[in-house]
Write a protein that binds this ligand. Structure first.
Ligand code: AMP
Length: 306
């Protein structure tokens, strides 16, 4: 008897029009989880898909490199793409519908409406990426209206983005439940990112220093350090010891409102603290963060090298 692989695997449909996606989504019986991405998928993205299918009956993934969240001097044109590989990865994860729209589909001529979330979009990444979160909020609102998901999953790697989306959903009374998922890391601690493919071999050590610096700050927190200034300086000093790493920002912020903890004033333990940072390694801008008062299993054993 011949064995036919995938004989009973449900087929994934790849769609590029809003109309086709809406029709296919309406035909799905049961709950729908949604994972919006810009593609070049890695284990971080796949972890969101798996978390989605643990919660819902069906998974919809979008792959769309959204031009409105890139600034004029950013890496839109060289953003890595692998549509064929991404299709296979989504299919293997059990994705029902893969939405891969064009720019013309998402932003037809005359498009003039933007979604802007205030407060949370000041500081951190917004300082060096003006307009970025308006682009994110606009595309996520559009995708939610198209996909109508019960649950949408986002990575804590983009911590500010997750906070903005939670705010947006509350403020606009959207019905989608937002689930944040932990950062997936390489063995050496580097947070997985599509942009890691731009790292040269000599960039690896400075790139590792982000996680090592966050771990140092979390260790200092565990040892009783509560001065945001000291925590930030500890992380900054560690990163700046590496040639080829240039700090964009390092901040110790409140986990919900993202307000920077004032330097020199002790952080009350019940306030909680996230350390968030962005660092240029070569020409690649990497971001990472860690909950300083979080569970220690967030922090694998690789500690900062002396
Ligand atoms: P992107 O394709 O970079 O727009 O990311 C799509 C989603 O994957 C976002 O919700 C990201 O936060 C999430 N993500 C990216 N990298 C990771 C990672 N290393 N661990 C967990 N989630 C991630």
């Amino acid at each position: 008897m011949r064995f036919r692989m995938h004989a009973f695997a449900p087929t994934m449909h790849v769609l590029d029009s809003i109309e086709a996606l809406r029709a296919a989504r309406r035909a799905l019986v049961g709950t729908v989880a949604f994972v919006p991405t810009m593609g070049y998928l890695h284990e971080g993205h796949l972890s969101l898909m798996r978390a989605g299918l643990q919660r819902c009956d069906h998974l919809i993934v979008s792959i769309y490199v959204n031009p409105t969240q890139f600034g004029p001097n950013e890496d839109l044109s060289r953003y890595p793409r692998d549509p064929q590989g991404d299709r296979l990865r989504c299919e293997r994860e059990g994705c029902a519908l893969l939405f891969m729209p064009s720019n013309a589909e998402m932003y037809p001529t005359g498009h003039a409406t933007h979604v802007s979330v205030s407060g949370l979009t000041e500081g951190l990444c917004a300082t060096s990426r003006p307009g970025h979160f308006e682009g994110v909020a606009t595309i996520v609102t559009k995708l939610f209206n198209i996909v109508q998901p019960d649950v949408a999953l986002f990575g804590e790697k983009d911590y500010q983005q997750l906070a903005v989306i939670r705010r947006l959903v509350r403020d606009l009374d959207l019905t989608t439940e937002i689930v944040g998922c932990p950062i997936v890391r390489e063995d050496d601690g580097l947070a997985m990112s599509s942009r890691n493919r731009f790292l040269q071999p000599e960039d690896r050590l400075p790139a590792r220093s982000l996680h090592a610096a966050l771990s140092l700050a979390a260790d200092a927190w565990a040892g009783g350090e509560r001065d945001a200034g000291q925590l930030v300086e500890l992380a900054r000093t560690h990163i700046e010891r590496h040639d080829g790493a240039r700090v964009d920002y390092i901040e110790c912020v409140h986990p919900e409102n993202l307000r920077a903890h004032e330097r020199g004033r002790l952080i009350a333990t019940d306030e909680g603290a996230i350390m968030a940072l962005a660092v240029f390694v070569g020409s690649t801008r990497l971001i990472d963060n860690m909950r300083l008062d979080g569970p220690t299993h967030d922090r694998p054993a690789d500690r900062a090298q002396p």
